[in-house]
Design a protein around this ligand. Structure first.
Ligand code: 2DT
Ligand code: MG
Length: 218
């Protein structure tokens, strides 16, 4: 169809707890798509390079203390400040692979004790992903992967709570089983990659027909 100017890119999201392999898989998918002629970019949240991202980085490195609600909102602003660029990229036909997003935002904050609805509201209306690869790993398995580092949140008890809240968010999405792909992260890197490539190619082919949604949690 030559009149189809709606050749938008796909919004592919990786979510999960620390050490689940999100960054590894996001990078492998990025390389695969790039090497196969796709227009694609790899993004990561928090984006520690912006002014707000630098404050987030200090907080995560335990160099700075912030009220739980204040840091939650900063993580959220760090997504809103990128929204226009993300939207323009997708509309111009570039596929966007994103490593963490609002689902991490809500899961970590609720795990610390904040209210679920309050946490969701600051991200409400952001761009919605077309697919979520949820890299699922128990906290025990995560700990065995070389243990957690020095950053805030890298503790087994918190990670267990975070994992439960990711599953609550999946329920909340009324998942039609096309949005969330739950992957057992305890498989070989190559097995997971193969599965992820398959689903991504199918999505990229089909998302031309789907409008870009700016309705996260609406
Ligand atoms: P990385 O280890 O992936 O850099 O993440 N986090 C992340 C939040 O608490 N809220 C958010 O909105 C996002 C995107 C998860 C650093 C930590 O930041 C947490 C782990
Ligand atoms: Mg980390």
């Amino acid at each position: 169809d030559t009149n189809n100017v709606n050749n938008r890119g796909a919004f592919i999201l990786f979510e999960g707890c620390d050490k689940a392999g999100k960054s590894t898989q996001a990078k492998k998918l990025f390389e695969y798509l790039k090497n196969n002629g796709h227009s694609v970019e790899l993004w990561k949240f928090p984006d520690r390079k912006t002014t707000i991202g630098q404050i987030i980085n200090e907080y995560l490195a335990n160099d700075k203390d912030l009220d739980d609600k204040a840091i939650h909102l900063l993580f959220s602003v760090n997504r809103w400040e990128c929204r226009k660029d993300m939207k323009n990229l997708l509309l111009s036909g570039t596929t966007l692979i994103v490593d963490r997003y609002a689902y991490s935002g809500v899961s970590y904050s609720v795990a610390k004790g904040l209210d679920l609805d309050w946490c969701c509201s600051s991200d409400r209306g952001l761009l919605s992903p077309d697919i979520i690869f949820f890299m699922d790993l128990t906290a025990e398995a995560a700990e065995k992967r070389g243990g957690f580092g020095e950053e805030r949140y890298e503790k087994k008890s918190l990670q267990e709570k975070v994992r439960k809240i990711f599953y609550m968010l999946k329920e909340k999405d009324n998942d039609s089983e096309s949005l969330w792909k739950v992957l057992n992260a305890n498989q070989s890197v190559e097995m997971l990659h193969k599965r992820i490539v398959e689903s991504s190619l199918k999505l990229i082919e089909n998302c031309n027909q789907l409008p870009l949604k700016e309705d996260l949690w609406k």
